[in-house]
Design a protein around this ligand. Structure first.
Ligand code: F0G
Length: 457
């Protein structure tokens, strides 16, 4: 008999979770204005809102925390952190920040000016926010194939090289840098190939433009390169990651993802000018440049997390679990962005709730229905998250409208995945009866999905 695959860890500490009744959930979601961000976590049974800062640290990480050096300047933990970053990325300079968006804020304060254009592959919403709030444009150059959720190609997160070259040749003077997000979260946790990273780097070189990697999930991306790209089968994740970063001038990182810490981030670069330019913004916004908003113990745990999560066993366990949920949905015929992503399954809501018009936000409606069904909290990565066009103030309906089920690292078992899949199947089975969606009552100008207040129609 073939011995089945099993997780590469055992569990030492547990945290109880509680299920609820339909009546309770209906009351809670109404009080939360049909926005799952406004729910209390205690009102959630299985929380797939995000994989950010929600992972379970290892015993090695917890023990590193006890050894954290809390000195204000030049702490030993800072140097452990800096060394781990340099070992894995090859970047010599590093500025800690309290999370990924803070890294964006610090670096973009130095690099982005009004009227700039920053091309990239589906900028994450905070990245887009930090560009647009500086009156610059985040230009999406993702390959068109990413929009077809049923198309199964290995590197659906790639940059469209023709789109990129067009903007560089026509408006190059306005481009301060190119940003490549690995994996491409907004397109469904889809990876970028090494070939594509290299090609972006070469085009950037031709126009003398720097490349920045948003590396929130770089280790998951490296895993996909190993298993899907020719020539990388025998390479270690660390070797692949090093090569990925060799095609960039620097990176911003939300360490809450692939470094498996509950809080943390950084900027790393080989460019002294970026480091020196950003350093004072780090001091102003985050804290002195050897702690940047983090405790010594946070930095110590981060250093260990980076090392651990660039080991194959950890990534196999992680990505197999995401695939497991995907296969369950295949069994039930539920459409999602194919193939399964690195950190999440992105369910194609308009293909399910065909009666709900786009103006009534199908993915948000599906998110609410899944919560009502079993207390499972996913989140909308769709028309609400896309915000309005800054010029016309119209809703942006051009992209995908997805319900994201993001899986925290090392937190849930496959039994939980079975519950998620069964609950979604129940919603799927009654999809024809769901005829109306939601209407916006109150919204913020930027990043509205976090606080939006909705009415159920
Ligand atoms: N870049 C990417 C690709 C991200 O996915 C995120 C966060 C950030 C940057 C910002 O990092 O949260 O540490 O400030 N994504 C989370 C998510 C919030 O749920 O996907 P942060």
């Amino acid at each position: 008999m073939k011995i089945p695959f099993a997780e590469s860890f055992k569990i030492k500490m547990v945290e109880p979770i509680r299920s609820s009744t339909l009546q309770e959930r209906e009351e809670w979601i109404k009080k939360a204005y049909y926005n799952v961000f406004l729910l209390d976590a205690d009102q959630v049974f299985i929380d797939l809102l995000t994989d950010s800062g929600t992972g379970a640290m290892s015993d090695r990480q917890w023990s590193a925390m006890m050894m954290g050096d809390e000195s204000y300047a030049g702490a030993r933990s800072f140097y452990e952190f800096k060394d781990a970053v340099e070992q894995i990325t090859g970047f010599e300079y590093m500025l800690p920040t309290h999370q990924g968006r803070a890294a964006e804020n610090v670096l973009f304060s130095y690099l982005v000016k009004e009227g700039d254009i920053v091309p990239g592959n589906s900028h994450f919403d905070t990245t887009k926010g930090h560009i647009e709030s500086r009156k610059a444009e985040a230009l999406d150059c993702t390959i068109d194939e990413a929009k077809d959720t049923q198309l199964e190609i290995p590197f659906k997160g790639n940059v469209d090289l023709q789109k990129l070259e067009k903007v560089l040749s026509e408006q190059g003077a306005k481009v301060p840098f190119i940003i490549v997000t690995v994996t491409n979260n907004t397109a469904g946790g889809q990876p970028v190939s090494m070939e594509n990273l290299k090609a972006v780097w070469e085009i950037a070189g031709k126009y003398n433009k720097p490349v920045l990697i948003d590396g929130a999930r770089f280790a998951e991306n490296a895993y996909f390169i190993k298993v899907r790209e020719k020539g990388y089968e025998q390479k270690t994740i660390k070797e692949i990651a090093k090569e990925m970063f060799s095609y960039a001038d620097g990176m911003t990182m939300s360490a809450k993802k692939d470094a498996i810490v509950n809080m943390g981030g950084f900027i790393a670069t080989r460019r002294k000018d970026w480091y020196e330019g950003a350093r004072n913004f780090c001091i102003r916004f985050e804290g002195y440049f050897t702690y940047g908003g983090l405790s010594g113990r946070d930095m110590a745990a981060l250093a260990v997390g980076l090392d651990e999560n660039t080991e194959l066993e950890n990534l196999v366990t992680r990505i197999k679990q995401v695939e497991y949920l995907g296969k369950k949905l295949d069994e039930y015929g539920i459409p999602y962005q194919r193939p399964a992503g690195g950190h999440a399954i992105f369910v194609d809501a308009p293909k399910i709730l065909t009666n709900v018009p786009k103006e009534e936000f199908p993915a948000q409606t599906l998110t609410i229905e899944l919560y009502r069904e079993a207390g499972i909290r996913g989140c909308e990565i769709g028309y609400l998250l896309a915000d309005r066009d800054p010029v016309t103030r119209e809703n942006r309906f051009g992209g995908l409208d997805l319900l994201r089920l993001a899986i925290p690292r090392r937190v849930y078992t496959n039994n939980h995945m079975d519950v998620v899949a069964a609950a979604l199947k129940n919603v799927f089975d009654r999809r024809d009866k769901i005829k109306r969606g939601v209407r916006i009552m109150k919204e913020a100008e930027l990043m509205r999905h976090f606080t939006v207040q909705l009415e159920r129609l």
